[in-house]
Design a protein around this ligand. Structure first.
Ligand SMILES: Cc1cc2nc3c(=O)[nH]c(=O)nc-3n(C[C@H](O)[C@H](O)[C@H](O)COP(=O)(O)O)c2cc1C
Length: 196
Protein backbone atom coordinates (compact mmCIF):
# COMPACT_ATOMS: atom_id res chain seq x y z
CA UNK A 1 0.00 0.00 0.00
CA UNK A 2 2.65 2.55 -0.99
CA UNK A 3 1.17 4.27 -4.07
CA UNK A 4 -2.55 3.51 -3.86
CA UNK A 5 -2.27 0.70 -6.42
CA UNK A 6 -5.14 -1.78 -6.22
CA UNK A 7 -3.49 -4.75 -7.95
CA UNK A 8 -4.83 -7.26 -5.42
CA UNK A 9 -3.35 -10.71 -5.91
CA UNK A 10 -6.03 -13.35 -6.35
CA UNK A 11 -5.23 -16.13 -3.90
CA UNK A 12 -4.77 -19.53 -5.48
CA UNK A 13 -7.63 -21.88 -4.63
CA UNK A 14 -6.65 -24.18 -1.76
CA UNK A 15 -5.46 -27.66 -2.66
CA UNK A 16 -8.18 -30.25 -2.02
CA UNK A 17 -7.57 -32.28 1.13
CA UNK A 18 -7.19 -35.83 -0.11
CA UNK A 19 -6.88 -39.01 1.93
CA UNK A 20 -3.12 -38.96 1.20
CA UNK A 21 -2.54 -35.28 2.01
CA UNK A 22 -4.49 -35.72 5.24
CA UNK A 23 -2.34 -38.73 6.14
CA UNK A 24 0.82 -36.77 5.29
CA UNK A 25 -0.35 -33.95 7.54
CA UNK A 26 -1.20 -36.32 10.39
CA UNK A 27 2.30 -37.86 10.10
CA UNK A 28 3.53 -34.54 11.52
CA UNK A 29 1.38 -34.90 14.64
CA UNK A 30 3.76 -36.52 17.12
CA UNK A 31 1.81 -39.13 19.05
CA UNK A 32 2.40 -41.43 21.99
CA UNK A 33 2.30 -45.11 21.04
CA UNK A 34 0.15 -47.58 22.98
CA UNK A 35 -1.02 -51.15 22.63
CA UNK A 36 -4.74 -51.67 23.22
CA UNK A 37 -5.59 -55.17 24.44
CA UNK A 38 -8.81 -57.00 25.20
CA UNK A 39 -9.87 -60.51 26.23
CA UNK A 40 -13.15 -62.32 26.79
CA UNK A 41 -15.89 -63.97 24.71
CA UNK A 42 -14.76 -61.97 21.67
CA UNK A 43 -11.22 -63.35 21.94
CA UNK A 44 -7.74 -62.21 22.92
CA UNK A 45 -6.54 -59.24 20.83
CA UNK A 46 -3.97 -56.48 20.85
CA UNK A 47 -3.22 -53.66 18.43
CA UNK A 48 -0.80 -50.74 18.30
CA UNK A 49 -2.65 -47.43 18.45
CA UNK A 50 -1.89 -43.73 18.54
CA UNK A 51 -5.50 -42.49 18.63
CA UNK A 52 -5.80 -42.34 22.42
CA UNK A 53 -6.48 -39.29 24.53
CA UNK A 54 -7.92 -38.38 27.90
CA UNK A 55 -11.55 -37.27 27.99
CA UNK A 56 -12.08 -36.39 31.64
CA UNK A 57 -10.43 -37.09 35.00
CA UNK A 58 -13.76 -37.32 36.88
CA UNK A 59 -14.54 -40.08 36.22
CA UNK A 60 -11.15 -41.09 34.75
CA UNK A 61 -12.01 -41.71 31.10
CA UNK A 62 -10.14 -42.20 27.83
CA UNK A 63 -11.10 -42.01 24.16
CA UNK A 64 -9.71 -44.78 21.93
CA UNK A 65 -10.36 -44.83 18.16
CA UNK A 66 -10.25 -48.22 16.44
CA UNK A 67 -10.69 -49.12 12.79
CA UNK A 68 -13.82 -51.22 12.37
CA UNK A 69 -12.07 -53.49 9.84
CA UNK A 70 -9.48 -54.62 12.43
CA UNK A 71 -9.80 -57.89 14.31
CA UNK A 72 -9.35 -55.96 17.53
CA UNK A 73 -12.48 -53.92 16.90
CA UNK A 74 -14.84 -56.89 16.83
CA UNK A 75 -13.29 -58.38 19.95
CA UNK A 76 -13.30 -55.13 21.97
CA UNK A 77 -16.92 -54.46 21.01
CA UNK A 78 -17.91 -57.92 22.22
CA UNK A 79 -15.70 -58.05 25.34
CA UNK A 80 -16.71 -54.52 26.47
CA UNK A 81 -13.31 -54.12 28.16
CA UNK A 82 -9.89 -52.93 27.03
CA UNK A 83 -6.55 -51.90 28.44
CA UNK A 84 -4.38 -49.10 27.06
CA UNK A 85 -0.67 -49.88 27.53
CA UNK A 86 1.47 -46.81 26.87
CA UNK A 87 4.79 -48.03 25.49
CA UNK A 88 8.25 -46.95 26.61
CA UNK A 89 11.17 -45.89 24.44
CA UNK A 90 12.63 -49.41 24.58
CA UNK A 91 9.39 -50.99 23.33
CA UNK A 92 9.61 -50.25 19.60
CA UNK A 93 9.63 -53.98 18.83
CA UNK A 94 6.37 -54.39 20.78
CA UNK A 95 4.77 -51.60 18.73
CA UNK A 96 5.95 -53.31 15.55
CA UNK A 97 4.55 -56.72 16.56
CA UNK A 98 1.14 -55.35 17.58
CA UNK A 99 0.89 -53.28 14.40
CA UNK A 100 1.03 -56.55 12.46
CA UNK A 101 4.60 -55.90 11.30
CA UNK A 102 5.76 -59.48 11.92
CA UNK A 103 2.61 -61.14 10.54
CA UNK A 104 1.82 -62.65 13.97
CA UNK A 105 -1.88 -63.32 14.60
CA UNK A 106 -3.78 -61.84 17.58
CA UNK A 107 -2.92 -64.50 20.19
CA UNK A 108 0.59 -65.08 18.77
CA UNK A 109 1.49 -61.43 19.42
CA UNK A 110 1.21 -62.06 23.16
CA UNK A 111 3.95 -64.73 23.07
CA UNK A 112 6.44 -61.83 22.82
CA UNK A 113 5.30 -59.93 25.95
CA UNK A 114 4.69 -60.66 29.62
CA UNK A 115 1.24 -59.67 30.82
CA UNK A 116 -0.75 -59.48 34.04
CA UNK A 117 -4.38 -58.62 34.73
CA UNK A 118 -5.75 -55.88 36.97
CA UNK A 119 -9.53 -55.30 37.36
CA UNK A 120 -11.22 -56.26 34.07
CA UNK A 121 -9.17 -59.22 32.83
CA UNK A 122 -7.79 -57.36 29.79
CA UNK A 123 -4.06 -58.17 29.49
CA UNK A 124 -1.79 -55.48 30.91
CA UNK A 125 1.72 -55.45 29.40
CA UNK A 126 4.31 -55.58 32.19
CA UNK A 127 6.88 -53.36 30.42
CA UNK A 128 4.40 -50.55 29.64
CA UNK A 129 5.15 -47.10 31.06
CA UNK A 130 1.57 -46.90 32.27
CA UNK A 131 -1.45 -49.14 31.73
CA UNK A 132 -5.09 -48.11 32.00
CA UNK A 133 -7.56 -50.95 32.56
CA UNK A 134 -11.00 -49.94 31.32
CA UNK A 135 -14.61 -50.91 30.75
CA UNK A 136 -16.40 -49.49 27.71
CA UNK A 137 -18.86 -46.78 28.74
CA UNK A 138 -20.04 -45.61 25.32
CA UNK A 139 -19.26 -45.95 21.61
CA UNK A 140 -19.76 -43.75 18.55
CA UNK A 141 -19.21 -44.89 14.97
CA UNK A 142 -17.85 -42.40 12.47
CA UNK A 143 -16.64 -43.32 9.01
CA UNK A 144 -14.20 -46.21 9.17
CA UNK A 145 -13.68 -46.03 12.94
CA UNK A 146 -15.41 -46.47 16.28
CA UNK A 147 -14.69 -44.06 19.11
CA UNK A 148 -14.62 -46.08 22.33
CA UNK A 149 -15.19 -44.05 25.48
CA UNK A 150 -13.46 -46.12 28.12
CA UNK A 151 -13.80 -45.68 31.86
CA UNK A 152 -10.57 -46.42 33.77
CA UNK A 153 -11.13 -48.91 36.61
CA UNK A 154 -7.50 -49.60 37.47
CA UNK A 155 -4.05 -48.49 36.42
CA UNK A 156 -0.41 -49.39 36.87
CA UNK A 157 2.51 -47.02 36.38
CA UNK A 158 6.27 -47.50 36.07
CA UNK A 159 8.65 -44.83 37.32
CA UNK A 160 11.35 -43.24 35.24
CA UNK A 161 10.85 -44.80 31.82
CA UNK A 162 11.13 -42.84 28.57
CA UNK A 163 8.09 -42.62 26.31
CA UNK A 164 7.71 -43.89 22.73
CA UNK A 165 6.56 -41.40 20.09
CA UNK A 166 5.53 -41.85 16.46
CA UNK A 167 6.49 -38.88 14.28
CA UNK A 168 7.10 -38.58 10.53
CA UNK A 169 6.30 -42.32 10.18
CA UNK A 170 9.13 -43.25 12.56
CA UNK A 171 9.42 -44.29 16.18
CA UNK A 172 11.39 -42.06 18.54
CA UNK A 173 12.23 -42.43 22.21
CA UNK A 174 11.65 -39.32 24.28
CA UNK A 175 14.99 -40.20 25.90
CA UNK A 176 16.71 -39.38 22.57
CA UNK A 177 14.92 -36.05 22.16
CA UNK A 178 16.58 -32.69 22.79
CA UNK A 179 14.92 -30.99 25.70
CA UNK A 180 13.50 -27.75 24.33
CA UNK A 181 11.21 -26.54 27.10
CA UNK A 182 11.18 -25.96 30.79
CA UNK A 183 9.26 -28.42 32.94
CA UNK A 184 5.71 -27.25 33.67
CA UNK A 185 5.04 -27.17 37.44
CA UNK A 186 2.20 -29.51 38.32
CA UNK A 187 0.13 -26.57 39.61
CA UNK A 188 0.26 -24.95 36.13
CA UNK A 189 -0.04 -28.11 34.03
CA UNK A 190 -3.11 -28.05 31.86
CA UNK A 191 -6.41 -29.23 33.27
CA UNK A 192 -7.42 -32.56 31.83
CA UNK A 193 -11.08 -31.57 31.89
CA UNK A 194 -11.24 -28.75 29.34
CA UNK A 195 -15.04 -28.99 29.10
CA UNK A 196 -15.51 -27.05 32.35
C1 LIG B 1 2.13 -46.04 15.03
C2 LIG B 1 0.82 -46.73 14.70
C3 LIG B 1 -0.36 -46.22 15.19
C4 LIG B 1 -1.59 -46.83 14.91
N1 LIG B 1 -2.73 -46.31 15.43
C5 LIG B 1 -3.91 -46.93 15.21
C6 LIG B 1 -5.10 -46.41 15.81
O1 LIG B 1 -5.08 -45.42 16.54
N2 LIG B 1 -6.27 -47.09 15.58
C7 LIG B 1 -6.32 -48.21 14.78
O2 LIG B 1 -7.41 -48.76 14.59
N3 LIG B 1 -5.21 -48.71 14.20
C8 LIG B 1 -4.00 -48.11 14.40
N4 LIG B 1 -2.86 -48.62 13.83
C9 LIG B 1 -2.96 -49.81 12.99
C10 LIG B 1 -3.05 -51.14 13.79
O3 LIG B 1 -1.98 -51.27 14.69
C11 LIG B 1 -3.01 -52.33 12.83
O4 LIG B 1 -4.05 -52.20 11.89
C12 LIG B 1 -3.09 -53.67 13.53
O5 LIG B 1 -2.53 -54.64 12.67
C13 LIG B 1 -4.51 -54.10 13.85
O6 LIG B 1 -4.43 -55.48 14.20
P1 LIG B 1 -5.75 -56.39 14.23
O7 LIG B 1 -6.35 -56.40 12.85
O8 LIG B 1 -5.23 -57.70 14.68
O9 LIG B 1 -6.67 -55.78 15.21
C14 LIG B 1 -1.62 -48.01 14.09
C15 LIG B 1 -0.41 -48.53 13.60
C16 LIG B 1 0.79 -47.90 13.89
C17 LIG B 1 2.08 -48.47 13.36
Amino acid sequence: MTNGSTSAAVPAPPEPVTKQSFRDGMAKLAAAVSVVTSNGPGGLVGATVSAVCSLTDTPPTLIVCINRSSRSHAAIAKNQILSVNVLGGANQHVAHIFAGGTGAGPAERFEEVHCSVLATGAPVIDTAVVSFDCEIAQTTDFGTHTVFIARVLAMRMEQGSDGLVYFDRRYLSTGDATRVGVPVPLSLAYDLDWTR
